[in-house]
Design a protein around this ligand. Sequence first.
Ligand code: ADP
Length: 485
Amino acid sequence: AGIDLRDPALLTDHALIAGEWIAPQAGRTIAVTNPFDGALIAEVPDLGPDAARRAIDAAAEAQKAWARRPARERARILRAWHDLVIANADDLALILTTEQGKPLAEAKGEIVSNAGYLEWFGEEAKRINGDIIPAAAPDQRIMVLKQPVGVCAAITPWNFPNGMITRKVGPALAAGCAMVLKPAQQTPLSALALAVLAQRAGVPAALFSVITGEAEPLGLEFCHNPKVAKISFTGSTRVGRWLLREASDSVKRLSLELGGNAPFIVFDDADLDAAVDGAMASKFRNSGQTCVCANRIYVQAGVADEFARRLAGRAARLQLGRGTDPKTDQGPLINEAAVKKVEDHIADALGKGATLLTGGKRSDLGSTFFEPTVMTGVTQAMKVTKEETFAPFAPIIAFRDEAEVIAMANDSEFGLAAYFYARDMARIWRVAEALESGMVGVNAPSLANDMAPFGGVKQSGLGREGSKYGLESYLELKYVLLGGV
Ligand code: ADP
């Protein structure tokens, strides 16, 4: 496929089912293409529910043995996997950029920072402590054990093809669970490369399967299979709702990281340089294709013009291009549908009276490249304030005071990330507490971190990933009452 890797074995078109590498069969494959030019990179197996069942059956067996291993052994294997990811980060980044399009430096950043979830949760495996609670009677003891939920299934999106996997598989394996993963059809090669390294690290066969195939039949199998105890999903709110419904018959545990519509607020006491830097990072990272990207930029009236001018100047200088070119700041969008959506939001805003400062259209590079776009005069009546744009479009909405901007920021069914820039300490506390979101960045545009709880409120999801809270969602409590002491 023309990907020049130091270790070519990391690029595989085989799925990993129950410890067995499954080759693609002619006529039953899914094409993986480079979003830069549409070139075919690989064809992976299009597997169905029968393959998922095999993976789940084998995972159920492997999980029992894994849960009995001492925590320190599980920790060592996760540590070895982490170290292999770091050692192979350049190759993994090249695979990621080729199938996803983001600049190589961003791809490597994703891989290195998210390897942290393997390391951190491995360390935590040694600290899954239970409890002894004062008993109700003198001859009794109350104990609380923490046990793995069992076999887990994960469904991951294309925007972070590598990082969304380690943040799920890391805590699952640390807790003593098994994991069957269905990566996004657009980006299976990063998932399969991680699986190669997992095997090298000593992750037991069948404990971690990677199944490639169409989403819905595999999702249904995950939801209905009685051996699956938990599903962890990152993706759209639409699919999250559907999974929640489908999994309800068997009362599965669900962790859902869904859509966002992050407000990014700049108060008039903010450090404006820092706010512009933050907005650039939060809005244009991954071409605007992250669930925590600033979607709506609220700027206090006194600084709105100056902020808009500076942001537009910076956005106009972003270099679009092939992700593997070191000069590239921004790659293409993932597909045509993504371009259509941002075009729709831009047309809607312009139609309702917004003013274009820069961008606004597809780039001359063709394909799905879209120019970084900044607009002023945006209002709450426009689509871009209601829906997740997932593209490099920064709409600026001017506001008068704190109460008004909090009301506008909270006027959303989503509540994943929110950001604001301010210096007044009392204001910082008030606003951080008032924003309806699972995460708030104050003078800080990047939230994700293996040691911190990532997740949303409202329709942005259920549960948290990262931190001790992320581990708990892979554990069940068991109360043991010991009598006759
Ligand atoms: P996006 O718009 O980011 O592609 P999706 O929610 O469609 O968001 O995709 C996220 C993940 O969910 C991908 O792995 C995708 O294949 C998967 N997916 C999409 N539809 C379904 C479904 N009906 N059941 C299970 N998984 C699904």
